[in-house]
Write a new protein. Structure first.
Length: 157
């Protein structure tokens, strides 16, 4: 795989792969998997964290067990692309926990959102009472997920 950043050697990439697969790996287990002694492994890990390659550690939660039965991918178009409204829109979206991701995109819309809700009624209420009231929103187009075929936040390192 072609790497744009030449600062990462094969061992660094192996550390990143292992931690993406299991972020709870202890340094001892990680160093064992990579056939490194613990101190050099720990130093590499701390360097990867300090340089921003590792931003955080998370637990991946089961959304359906937690009661979020609806996943929607929502295309939002703003009425005006200049002035304060796009920034206000982005700031408000960033504070809404139902919105898992927001991407400023090219194409037929301005933003692509991933939203979760308990059910269709809750999603409809969220769209009506919160999403449509965001600054500058001209149109909203929703696509509901029928099932997850692949869900991953792992990067191909």
């Amino acid at each position: 795989m072609n790497r744009l950043n030449n600062h990462l050697d094969p061992t660094d990439l192996a550390i990143l792969r292992e931690l993406q697969a299991d972020g709870r790996l202890s340094n001892a287990r990680l160093s064992e998997k990579l056939a490194l002694s613990e101190t050099p492994c720990w130093r590499r890990l701390k360097r990867l964290e300090a340089e921003g390659y590792i931003e955080a550690y998370h637990a991946r939660l089961n959304r359906t067990k937690l009661g979020f039965g609806v996943v929607a991918f929502v295309q939002v178009t703003l009425a005006d692309h200049a002035g304060k409204e796009p920034l206000q829109f982005e700031n408000r979206v960033a504070s809404m926990p139902e919105i898992l991701s927001c991407h400023n995109v090219t194409g037929d819309c301005d933003y692509l959102l991933q939203i979760v809700a308990e059910n269709l009624d809750a999603y409809g209420t969220f769209v009506r009472d919160q999403l449509r009231k965001l600054p500058g929103v001209a149109s909203i187009r929703s696509n509901l997920s029928l099932r997850d075929v692949k869900t991953s936040s792992a990067l191909p390192v």
